[in-house]
Design a protein around this ligand. Structure first.
Ligand SMILES: *Cc1c(COP(=O)(O)O)cnc(C)c1O
Length: 379
């Protein structure tokens, strides 16, 4: 490069990649495209011999995340997306087309509810929301053009543990595909694909990332469905960026360590709050897995507790409209995640003005319990 002009040197100053990569951490392939020696070399991508051409198609870091979650869910393949919502959309589009009918649980993450109610419906796909609490209800709603049963393994914000096996059985009986949002349970606690689900999605923004610094999603399932999903993700452009994927992969390495502690803390908090006379009701899953029951706790504060004061009295615990980070946070579903769902449905689902959702972190159990008890006392 020494013999080149300034501008050329400024662009081409970097040394060649080491022939053998010996960095301990996986490098971030922060690149939009990959280079080729000659035209034959480029042709080899289209013949399936080379993996990488253009990062919207695939990239080593985004592949790591998709395939990493597939490995933990014991699924054949997985693909990473720009968000949990994008993973849900890609999954739906693989299974459903105009004229089809989808049965979705009425008890869903607010964004998912909106995706179904506004966008999926506008594609000419009929979406019917039914209670999945009683499977006879789901069974009765299956029609000849039903192609998908959609629900969450642990629901948000009331933390009902779905009868995933029962739903999968129903799907098999009627030859209807089953897609599960496994975000709250994580692949550590529950693996719906092993139980027979066709597609499983995760908002990797939550426990998989774990540090509230990345927005990402993952869709896993059988090779044939994931191949279709990958092609849609490429065309729609809802692929994940290499750096975001790298962050989510770093989070994934400590998933089980974080979950073990977060589940223990949540269990302790749920027990402590159950005994508090200022709490009307505690929502905490009875059983998710032998490894733990998740790290979310929701509570209905007693009617005499002032919610506004409660949120101001939480000291070091912050209000955040998300969950699953290493820090304990609280959210108010009525005005955030469930703001957009119809008022009648909010009432029916039990999402009222005294409902508080707690995402329990990895801090010391005693500090978490004491801080909540004090905030409730002060309110
Ligand atoms: C957050 C969340 C989503 C959406 O994920 P994003 O990464 O925000 O797009 C979907 N389902 C559940 C259960 C969630 O908690």
């Amino acid at each position: 490069m020494k013999d080149k002009q300034f501008d050329t040197r400024a662009v081409h100053f970097q040394s060649k990649e080491p022939a053998r990569n010996t960095s301990k951490a996986k490098p971030i392939y922060q690149t939009s495209a990959f280079v080729f020696k000659d035209l034959d070399d480029m042709e080899s991508f289209y013949e399936g011999e080379k993996e990488y051409l253009y990062s919207r198609y695939s990239n080593p870091n985004t592949d790591d995340l998709g395939k990493g979650i597939a490995l933990l869910e014991n699924a054949e393949d997985g693909v990473a997306t720009s968000s949990g919502m994008a993973a849900i959309l890609a999954g739906i589009l693989v299974v459903a087309k105009q004229g089809d009918h989808i049965l979705a649980s009425e008890d869903l993450y607010g964004g998912t509810y909106q995706l179904f109610a506004d966008e999926v419906t506008s594609l000419g796909i009929e979406v019917e929301f039914v209670s999945f609490e009683d499977l006879a209800n789901v069974k009765g709603a299956i029609k000849s053009n039903t192609v998908l049963l959609y629900t969450e393994s642990v629901t948000n914000p009331l933390l009902r543990v779905e009868d995933v096996e029962g739903i999968i059985q129903l799907g098999k009986e009627y030859r209807v595909k089953v897609m599960i949002d496994n975000t709250f349970a994580t692949p550590y606690l529950l693996q719906p694909y092993v139980l027979g689900a066709d597609l499983v999605i995760h908002s990797a923004t939550k426990y998989i990332g774990g540090h509230s610094d990345v927005t990402a999603g993952v869709l896993v399932g059988h090779e044939s469905l994931i191949a279709k999903a990958r092609s849609k993700i490429i065309t729609m452009g809802c692929n994940l960026s290499p750096f975001e994927a790298w962050l989510a992969c770093r989070g994934l390495k400590t998933l089980s360590v974080r979950m073990d502690k977060q589940c223990r803390n949540a269990q302790a908090l749920a027990h402590a709050l159950e005994e508090d006379p200022n709490i009307h009701r505690v929502y905490y899953p009875g059983f998710v897995s032998g490894k733990g029951n998740g790290a979310m706790v929701s509570v209905d504060l007693a009617d005499h507790v002032d919610v506004e004061v409660f949120f101001k009295s939480l000291d070091w615990i912050k209000i955040a409209p998300t969950l699953a980070g290493v820090e304990t946070t609280v959210s108010y579903p009525l005005r955030t995640s469930h703001r957009t769902i119809p008022e009648e449905l909010q009432k029916e689902l039990g999402i009222g003005k005294q409902l508080v959702r707690i995402s329990v972190g990895i801090e010391d159990e005693m500090d978490i319990v004491e801080t909540f008890k004090k905030a409730i006392r002060l309110s």
